[in-house]
Design a protein around this ligand. Structure first.
Ligand code: FE
Ligand code: FE
Ligand code: FE
Length: 202
């Protein structure tokens, strides 16, 4: 469809982000399964539920414009998810896997933040306050998720990934396909964390 107006552009972008969310909803359970850190697992679980709500909310945005929800392939999200999958296949350590998952998830969140920020602004310009409010709600959730991921990375996961692998004989087996080799307790490995923190900051 040839876009002639800001509303056409808005609807095109809305269909793109619906497709992106559908892909994310499919990828998140795999990411949760590959995570070792209980905090990271629950962050992914929480975002699965949130993403379901965001897809529903997108339906209400379409409605606010008198349109039926329709998805248009988002090639960017396909690429981000595909790249993340490839990276996961190359990791052979649980802590490095957790760091990898956080990095991939943050790329997803940043794409969403850009998309929802744009959509919210278009909705405001188009005078659709209801749509603008709904889009702002999702934008806030995506920003919060991004911040939570940053905190998980800085508060330990990136630092743990700096330690050499402790798997011994199964070190060559990808983390995704073997049992969790490292014992995990809540109090694990605080040493050196404070010092390394600056380096983990983005
Ligand atoms: Fe989302
Ligand atoms: Fe896209
Ligand atoms: Fe998200």
């Amino acid at each position: 469809m040839e876009m002639q107006s800001l509303q056409d552009l808005f609807l095109d972008e809305l269909r793109d982000v619906l497709h992106a969310e559908n892909q994310i909803l499919k990828a998140l359970p795999r990411m949760k399964k590959a995570a070792s850190s209980p905090d990271l697992q629950s962050a992914f679980q929480e975002h699965i539920v949130q993403t379901q709500g965001q897809i529903e909310r997108l339906g209400r945005v379409f409605e606010a414009f008198g349109e039926k929800p329709k998805a248009k392939p988002c090639k960017a999200m396909q690429g981000i998810i595909e790249e993340g999958k490839e990276m996961m296949e190359e990791v052979g350590d649980d802590d490095v896997m957790d760091a990898t998952l956080i990095g991939s998830a943050q790329k997803v969140e940043h794409y969403e933040i850009a998309s929802y920020g744009t959509l919210r602004t278009y909705a405001q310009l188009l005078g659709n306050d209801e749509a603008a409010r709904l889009l702002q709600e999702t934008l806030d959730e995506e920003k919060e998720t991004d911040q939570k991921l940053t905190a998980l990375a800085e508060n330990g996961i990136n630092v743990e990934a700096m330690e050499p692998g402790e798997q011994g004989e199964d070190a060559k087996t990808p983390a995704a396909t073997r049992g969790r080799a490292k014992a995990r307790t809540g109090a694990a490995r605080p040493a050196g964390r404070a010092k390394a923190r600056g380096a983990a900051r983005k």
